[in-house]
Design a protein around this ligand. Structure first.
Ligand code: HPA
Length: 272
């Protein structure tokens, strides 16, 4: 049995809860974990073979339960490539969501703004991504049970889910931008000239997660929605110092708007 199947079997020994939607909570966005009406919590460290997050602000557990009466599985905490794991390990937690039968995954993150019209607190719907600066999580022998060797990536972020997110934003009176997310490995924040290059490549936000997960999920044919909370401006940053503490603080503050969007959108997805 593969590690993926062993971990999935271990989770299934603990719960038969089978939600349609999975949600990954990014840096500073863990508040949703306190609001969920939990049925079962499984700390990552209890799952043999599971990569455990070492990043501050990232707890590690799957939480099965209800948000607005909708069954969901939350990933409270993710692992990052900069922690030293292989890309294959970094995407293992989201692949497990797929193995558990989830049809849609909502990925959230904190990100640096590259679009000059953004500011700390801007909420961005990810309409496409750039993974050219990270290794692909699909490198290595292809697991045909997950997906095809050469998966199409023309539409990583599902158009219909993006529409539902915009509908929710309009109902909640939340401003929502559409933008392109570029993933870097981290852990260093980008230099001013790197930021300028990423912006010149058309990216609106930069971060250290999410795009690799989206790639692995699309490989499995799972529908993906991505939402960024802009916690700092990464463009024109010659005179600003970015810290992880600041990123966490802004995500905590502005993240509630993002989480309200997630809560509203899961209801729409469930009622489809
Ligand atoms: N760069 C990369 N990742 C980030 C940033 C940033 O400026 N802010 C939050 N995550």
């Amino acid at each position: 049995m593969s590690v993926l199947d062993e971990i999935t079997a271990e989770i299934r020994r603990r719960t038969d809860f089978s939600p349609k939607t999975g949600i990954v909570l990014g840096t500073g966005l863990g508040a949703l974990a306190d609001e969920i009406d939990a049925v079962c919590r499984i700390p990552y460290r209890e799952l043999e073979g599971f990569p455990v997050s070492t990043a501050e602000g990232h707890k590690g557990e799957y939480i099965f339960g209800y948000i607005n009466d909708v069954p969901v599985v939350l990933m409270n905490g993710r692992v990052h490539y900069y922690e030293g794991y292989l890309m294959e390990q970094v995407v293992l937690p989201v692949r497990i969501l797929g193995k558990l039968g989830v049809k849609t995954v909502i990925l959230t993150n904190a990100a640096g703004g590259l679009n000059r019209s953004y500011h700390a607190g801007t909420i961005m719907c990810i309409k496409d991504h750039n993974t050219a600066f990270i290794p692909s999580p699909l490198i290595g022998k292809n697991d045909d049970s997950l997906g095809t060797r050469f998966p199409d990536m023309s539409r990583v972020y599902d158009r219909h889910l993006i529409e539902l997110l915009h509908e929710t934003a309009a109902e909640q009176g939340t401003e929502l931008e559409d933008g392109i997310y570029l993933q870097i490995t981290g852990p260093a924040f980008e230099t001013p000239c790197e930021s300028a290059m990423f912006a010149a490549l058309g990216a609106d936000a930069v971060g250290m997660s999410t795009a690799c997960e989206a790639q692995a999920l699309r490989h499995m044919g799972i529908n993906v929605l991505g939402i960024s909370c802009i916690t700092d401006m990464a463009i024109d940053n010659e005179d600003t110092v970015t810290t992880h503490e600041e990123v966490q603080r802004i995500a905590n503050e502005s993240g509630q708007k993002l989480l309200d969007l997630v809560k509203g959108t899961v209801v729409k997805i469930e009622n489809e």
